[in-house]
Design a protein around this ligand. Structure first.
Ligand code: APR
Length: 254
């Protein structure tokens, strides 16, 4: 491990424009289950029922019972883990400019990351599908006892988490920002993603095509391991918390 860690330190030291791309594996150590791989959410819950817009519109009670019984209790108590804080430290050290995340847990922002592009939205926000008003997940959770599935207190429209369901397009602004970041970085660091869901999973390839080096830190193998300069199949917090430990001799070339 030490050899690959030192190689990653050198690659980061040489980079002038590092962008991180994160997935559910980064939040796994915060107690939020990943979707795929060992113990993944989709091995228990059918994503075509619990995270598909067409099914949600047919029967919103499926998702809302999942939110009430599974999603809300986990997100509510989740806290950032050392991997989140390591990325904040890289930002503070002037090495990391942006984080593109597929995660909907808001933990990057809670950890103090200032430039986060949320490709798949944020489950801490609930949106009315009619009037587009936003509510906190806490506000809606409290309403579930007297109203299930919950409707908008303003216009009675159907409420939905402010996240991207299968069958929905990604928010155009976030996608444009993420594409721009991938096209203009010199190092694209993937942390904790299976890289199987597009269009997000195209971003590492786009970064490579635009001259960036690609590093993947992920416990399992990914379809893009073969085009990466460096692949580390280890836990995100193990790798990232070592990366930010620098002594004077290893100061970043800012
Ligand atoms: N450190 C590093 N990697 C980890 C860790 C960890 N502690 N724990 C798990 N992993 C890896 C797993 O090996 C797995 O390959 O994280 C990856 C998580 O993959 P997914 O569960 O597929 O999550 P992600 O890539 O973010 O999924 C993309 O799919 O269902 C949709 O919208 C959902 O945003 C999600 C998208």
């Amino acid at each position: 491990m030490e050899e690959v860690i030192n190689k990653l330190k050198d690659i980061i030291a040489d980079s002038k424009h590092l962008v991180a791309f994160t997935g559910a594996g980064l939040s796994a150590e915060s107690g939020i289950p990943t979707y795929r791989g060992a113990g993944g959410l989709w091995t228990t819950y059918d994503p075509m029922k619990y995270a598909n817009i067409h099914f949600f519109l047919e029967d919103p009670t499926y998702y809302w019972s999942f939110f009430r019984d599974v999603r809300y209790p986990i997100i509510k108590k989740a806290k950032p883990n050392p991997a989140h804080y390591a990325l904040v430290e890289l930002e503070k050290q002037g090495k990391l400019s942006q984080v593109i995340t597929q995660n909907i847990d808001g933990l990057h922002q809670i950890a103090g990351q200032s430039n986060v592009i949320e490709l798949h939205g944020n489950t801490r926000q609930i949106v009315c599908m009619e009037c587009k008003w936003l509510f906190s997940m806490e506000t809606v959770y409290k309403r579930l006892e007297q109203e299930f599935p919950p409707n908008c207190p303003r216009c009675k429209g159907l409420l939905k988490p402010d996240t991207v369901f299968f069958g929905e397009s990604l928010p155009q602004k976030a996608l444009n920002e993420a594409m721009h970041a991938a096209q203009n970085c010199d190092l694209f660091l993937v942390v904790g993603s299976s890289l199987v869901v597009s269009p997000a999973a195209q971003l590492p390839r786009i970064a490579k095509e635009n001259g960036a080096s690609l590093v993947i830190v992920n416990i399992d193998i990914t379809p893009l391991d073969g085009i990466a300069e460096l692949v580390i199949h280890e836990q995100a917090s193990q790798v990232l918390s070592v990366i930010i430990q620098r002594d004077e001799s290893q100061g970043w070339a800012l």
